[in-house]
Ligand binder design. Sequence first.
Ligand SMILES: *[C@@H]1O[C@H](CO)[C@@H](O)[C@H](O)[C@H]1NC(C)=O
Ligand SMILES: *[C@@H]1O[C@H](CO)[C@@H](O)[C@H](O)[C@H]1NC(C)=O
Ligand SMILES: *[C@@H]1O[C@H](CO)[C@@H](O)[C@H](O)[C@H]1NC(C)=O
Ligand SMILES: *[C@@H]1O[C@H](CO)[C@@H](O)[C@H](O)[C@H]1NC(C)=O
Ligand SMILES: *[C@@H]1O[C@H](CO)[C@@H](O)[C@H](O)[C@H]1NC(C)=O
Ligand SMILES: *[C@@H]1O[C@H](CO)[C@@H](O)[C@H](O)[C@H]1NC(C)=O
Ligand SMILES: *[C@@H]1O[C@H](CO)[C@@H](O)[C@H](O)[C@H]1NC(C)=O
Length: 370
Amino acid sequence: MVARVQPDRKQLPLVLLRLLCLLPTGLPVRSVDFNRGTDNITVRQGDTAILRCVVEDKNSKVAWLNRSGIIFAGHDKWSLDPRVELEKRHSLEYSLRIQKVDVYDEGSYTCSVQTQHEPKTSQVYLIVQVPPKISNISSDVTVNEGSNVTLVCMANGRPEPVITWRHLTPTGREFEGEEEYLEILGITREQSGKYECKAANEVSSADVKQVKVTVNYPPTITESKSNEATTGRKASLKCEASAVPAPDFEWYRDDTRINSANGLEIKSTEGQSSLTVTNVTEEHYGNYTCVAANNLGVTNASLVLFKRVLPTVPHPIQAPHDRRAPEMLSHLEGPQVQNEVMKPASGSKNKGKEEKRTRTNHRCVFITLK
Ligand SMILES: *[C@@H]1O[C@H](CO)[C@@H](O)[C@H](O)[C@H]1NC(C)=O
Ligand SMILES: *[C@@H]1O[C@H](CO)[C@@H](O)[C@H](O)[C@H]1NC(C)=O
Ligand SMILES: *[C@@H]1O[C@H](CO)[C@@H](O)[C@H](O)[C@H]1NC(C)=O
Ligand SMILES: *[C@@H]1O[C@H](CO)[C@@H](O)[C@H](O)[C@H]1NC(C)=O
Ligand SMILES: *[C@@H]1O[C@H](CO)[C@@H](O)[C@H](O)[C@H]1NC(C)=O
Ligand SMILES: *[C@@H]1O[C@H](CO)[C@@H](O)[C@H](O)[C@H]1NC(C)=O
Ligand SMILES: *[C@@H]1O[C@H](CO)[C@@H](O)[C@H](O)[C@H]1NC(C)=O
């Protein structure tokens, strides 16, 4: 934190009195004009500040001084600072130029003018602005779910930058705080991800930095599906688990660990694993267990490889030949049911008869009436 140093204004008249006594042809000081308000000059760090002062009379005794002492007395430079010069674009000007202004230059500056008649001073207050800059931010952290996490972001700048924390989630801003410290109590897996610290003041655009928070948690099996297989074919069982760090998978047949060999193949990638039987035989049918583990825990799920039962071929259904059909079918009429009169082709056995068919959006329904 940078606290703005306030000038000790009470000391100024004292310094001024001393200065005027030091001036080569100093007149007795009668009064000091402090009635004029203080002007503020705002300059960015690194820029040049020009503090204006104009005298009424060439013969005036003039001096520039700051809190700590005399900078210029007449044309004599008292300050040792090479950044400080007088700016005189005309004979009556007596301005002070400070190059590469820095924060310690902030404060009151007084232009003291001793005319024939009375001493006058004009005071300016130099405000030095500094763009916001993040000076210290937490490094990326990995914690276990449920832990308390404190992130810190410190920034310099004048005026004091406002710190904002934001959780960068796919859904946008979900979290906001306005502190240097961001405390997350009992962190959840949803709170993992990137956190952005933004330091802003009115001087320039904000400074932004990120911290990555990784939340470790034990595995939970998110998907495990039993499957059907046909003898002589290839079949797979799949298992998915969510965990951080990514889980390791193992497969068991009843209580025996399975390895990739003898027509069995295990393939695991981040978060999922599959067991493939390249040529299914009778003894492959049965129970399997998928085990997912990381350093925080272990869990398992059971899967079954079923023998596929071939579907039985349905018997063909006779179309109705009954004359009562239209009346009966009218009961089925509705928004999804349509009646359609089929005229048999001429010369067919059914000549003169009508067939009635009912259709739905998805299938044909044949009604057989006795
Ligand atoms: C100078 O700035 C101070 C605050 O930094 C403010 O209170 C004062 O009014 C300003 N003076 C002028 C003349 O703008
Ligand atoms: C004004 O005084 C401070 C000390 O209080 C000094 O560090 C600074 O350089 C002075 N400014 C100029 C322009 O001389
Ligand atoms: C940053 O802040 C941490 C915690 O406050 C501190 O331990 C560390 O020394 C700081 N680093 C710097 C470069 O200031
Ligand atoms: C987290 O902080 C709360 C409140 O300060 C405290 O009660 C709790 O014990 C802390 N938990 C851990 C894991 O440190
Ligand atoms: C699968 O195994 C059976 C019996 O061992 C064998 O007859 C058949 O050729 C195999 N099929 C393939 C594709 O390897
Ligand atoms: C397979 O597992 C189920 C429960 O998931 C169990 O009821 C069944 O007895 C097991 N079958 C065999 C052959 O172990
Ligand atoms: C699966 O988990 C149960 C209880 O959680 C445990 O009793 C069993 O031994 C585990 N099976 C395997 C193969 O790890």
